[in-house]
Design a protein around this ligand. Structure first.
Ligand code: B12
Ligand code: SF4
Length: 656
């Protein structure tokens, strides 16, 4: 049998398609491995990778083209993995496959379809079958049963009866008890060398015993914590290093550190082998001794879901963290050289102003180079206790959190709006705080991430070190500038820079630092032409879309160094009348770069706001400066660096 498995189309948080997460999907690799035991030949279709390399485009033809590409593989069955944020893609592509090949079996699995098997099969006749929960062990039987649709003896399946179309299911929640028994994954299903990854993911284990009300993992993995044995994990790491040359890994598990003894045993097995690894944790499931052992064994990154800085919300959300542990644990990590991510959520139905303020203040206290703080907006997820209680009340306002596939045209919108029970991730819960307050806080934290933790922490000094006070003052400024905001409105970088200027005066060094950081880490609109072009003298060139020129700024490097040297809780440093400078920022596909430039270069680059021939500009410069040495070698360098790019054809033609 030829099987095609279709990966999710999950949008990058930053909005730029160049930043799509193209890591191999471990669930699909697991299925391919289990199907291979029966001799099934599997290929994995990953729309994210194809979008990133230009084989697919995010436009009105996306679904048609994806369906055509899948059919070109002549599959005998197609299986879609599902997350809420990507289900729109699955449904649209499946509908096209169904029209083109009515008898091609279309399967679903993964968290979203597991939780919503019945509504999905009843609403969307495109799909034949849902394999619920952990499919590894049942999958070969499912594939064997496909020709006759003889599913009745396989646990954990839901399907539509081929005769009368009614919903049918078998009992059971398949679960793999011994993860060491699973076959090894073959990452060659993805073109690893082409993906440009800096680390590989491996599955470390499954299941988290906690039951936070907003999280869907408990329902899916049945709160059954499992970790692969240290021997198996080390074997997988060694094998992947040997095959692909990686020594940095993310050990995927919702909650790796649940059992300290097992973590300790893994540390002992992996120590001294030269691996660097990252995992997720809770602050109450680690202690300084364990962290020390983990760091010593190669742990370089920990992801902590803190979720809320409010004690009240910790209780209501059932996360139940002791918040007094947060700062000491993050400090220990920093001292051990373990980078941390501290992730928070706003938008809980019961969250009040004081709760959100506590969350913001905790985030503000952890702005530091060692810790990446994130504030996410709560997203309704099926299968969560919260959704069971409040799912019937979800509202739509057109704003969907990052990761959700963007709607393509009115059909997508109608589908989403008319089916909240399936597309709930595009909706939100009614809440004690206005929705605008959640969006504003999330957007502000996001913007502050762009200016960097040192500058963000420094900017809070005027507000007593409290992020909540900063956000409130920024909000008041936003309301003054524009008293009425449309639904779904979020503040942008210009508004934030304007706020800082209004607070401190337009000439203040903080304004320079904000303008610099916000522009340097601007991913929207996406740089479209960061590939360096070939120099061709008679062709007109323009400044690349990925270049920004900032004039009249303080020397930002010097100010950053001064801020880092100054104690964290001091008042703002006195401003100075130091010289102002201009910066050329290049937001390439790789890390963005910044150079100080002088007035002369700034003026020359300014000329290329319109298409110009480099030889003509060189001649103009020779005449203006009397310097016969000016030739086009200088422009060749700018083209090689991707700063000047060939003008689009129409603009070039207009010049002639
Ligand atoms: C790694 C990870 C990510 C990675 C990469 C995801 C990826 N490429 O799969 C990143 C960081 C990008 C990420 C981001 C997000 N994630 Co995430 N992520 C995970 C995590 C921790 C591990 C995924 C994994 O590899 N699991 C191991 C494999 C073996 O399991 P699996 O993929 O589920 O596959 C098994 C079954 O589901 C089934 N199956 C899956 N597909 C199919 C298809 C067919 C045809 C069949 C028959 C069976 C089948 O068989 C597989 C073998 O048993 C899971 C939690 C977890 N422990 O699974 C959350 C999880 C998948 N993420 C989740 C969410 C919500 C997100 C986000 C939306 C962010 C957020 N709000 O939390 C974003 C965006 C979505 C995305 N990119 O996946 C939720 C999904 C909830 C839902 N109901 O949709 C989960 C379950 C976490 C949770 N606690 O709620 N995530
Ligand atoms: S939020 Fe974290 S601790 Fe809570 S149930 Fe989900 S994975 Fe477990």
């Amino acid at each position: 049998m030829r099987l095609t498995l279709v990966d999710n189309l999950v949008m990058p948080e930053e909005g730029d398609l160049a930043l799509l997460d193209v890591h191999p999907h471990l669930g699909l690799l697991a299925l391919a491995a289990s199907a291979a035991r029966d001799g099934v030949k599997t290929s994995i279709y990953d729309p994210k990778r194809l979008l990133r390399n230009g084989t697919l485009r995010y436009d009105a033809h996306l679904y048609d083209l994806a369906a055509a590409q899948i059919l070109a593989q002549s599959p005998e069955a197609v299986g879609f993995t599902t997350l809420g944020c990507s289900f729109l893609f699955a449904i649209n592509v499946a509908a096209r496959l169904r029209r083109a090949e009515p008898d091609l079996p279309l399967l679903l699995g993964g968290p979203h379809a597991t939780m919503l098997d019945r509504p999905i099969l009843e609403r969307f006749p495109e799909f034949d079958l849902v394999v619920r929960h952990e499919a590894d062990e049942v999958f070969p039987s499912v594939l064997r049963a496909l020709p006759d649709r003889a599913f009745a003896k396989i646990p954990g399946l839901s399907w539509r009866d081929p005769l009368d179309g009614t919903f049918r299911m078998t009992e059971g929640k398949p679960k793999v008890h011994d993860l060491d028994s699973l076959p090894l994954l073959d990452y060659d299903h993805y073109p690893i060398a082409e993906l440009g990854l800096d680390l590989l993911r491996i599955e470390a284990g499954r299941g988290c015993p906690f039951a936070c009300t907003f999280c869907s993992t408990a329902g899916f993995f049945q709160r059954s914590f499992r970790l692969k044995s240290p021997e198996r994990l080390v074997f997988e790491l060694e094998r992947l290093r040997e095959r692909y040359g990686f020594d940095e890994f993310k050990l995927d598990h919702d909650m790796f550190t649940v059992n300290r003894h097992k973590v300790q045993a893994f540390c002992e097995a992996v120590r001294g082998r030269g691996f660097r690894w990252r995992v997720s944790a809770r602050v109450d499931c680690v202690n300084p001794a364990l962290l020390e052992s983990m760091a010593d064994a190669g742990c370089i990154g920990l992801y902590f879901g803190i979720e809320t800085g409010s004690k009240r919300m910790q209780k209501i959300s059932q996360k139940r963290l002791d918040l007094d542990l947060v700062a000491p644990i993050l400090d220990v990590c920093a001292s051990l050289g373990i980078e941390t991510t501290a992730s928070f959520i706003t938008g809980y139905p019961e969250e009040e102003r004081a709760d959100q303020d506590d969350t913001l203040d905790m985030i503000g206290r952890h702005f530091s180079a060692h810790c990446l703080t994130q504030l996410h907006i709560l997203q309704p997820e099926p299968g969560t206790p919260m959704y069971a209680e409040r799912g019937a009340d979800v509202r739509y306002d057109g704003y969907a959190s990052p990761y959700n596939s963007e709607l393509i045209g009115p059909d997508d919108r109608d589908l989403v709006v008319s089916t909240p029970e399936i597309f709930q991730t595009y909706f939100h819960y009614p809440a004690a705080l206005p929705r605008a307050d959640h969006l504003f806080a999330v957007a502000t934290v996001d913007l502050l991430r762009r200016v960097g933790p040192d500058v963000a922490a420094y900017a809070l000094r005027r507000h007593g070190g409290r992020l909540s006070a900063f956000v409130a003052a920024f909000r008041a400024h936003a309301d003054r500038v524009q008293p009425v905001h449309p639904p779904g409105w979020m503040p942008d970088a210009d508004l934030l820079a304007g706020f800082v200027a209004a607070e401190h005066g337009a000439d203040h060094h903080l304004v320079s630092l904000f303008r610099y950081g916000l522009a340097l880490h601007d991913t929207r609109p996406a740089p479209t032409d960061a590939q360096a072009a070939v120099y061709d003298a008679p062709r007109p060139y323009v400044l690349s879309d990925s270049v920004r020129i900032l004039s009249g700024l303080h020397d930002c490097d010097r100010w950053l160094a001064r801020i880092r040297d100054a104690a964290r809780d001091d008042a703002l440093l006195p401003d100075d009348d130091g010289e102002r400078t201009s910066y050329l920022l290049h937001l390439g596909r790789q890390a963005p770069e910044a150079w100080r430039i002088d007035e002369g270069l700034e003026a020359i680059l300014g000329v290329f706001a319109q298409p110009q021939r480099c030889d003509a500009v060189a001649a103009m410069l020779r005449e203006a400066t009397g310097d016969d040495g000016v030739d086009d070698a200088f422009f060749r360098e700018l083209v090689d660096a991707g700063i000047l790019v060939p003008a689009p054809e129409t603009a070039a033609e207009a010049m002639h």
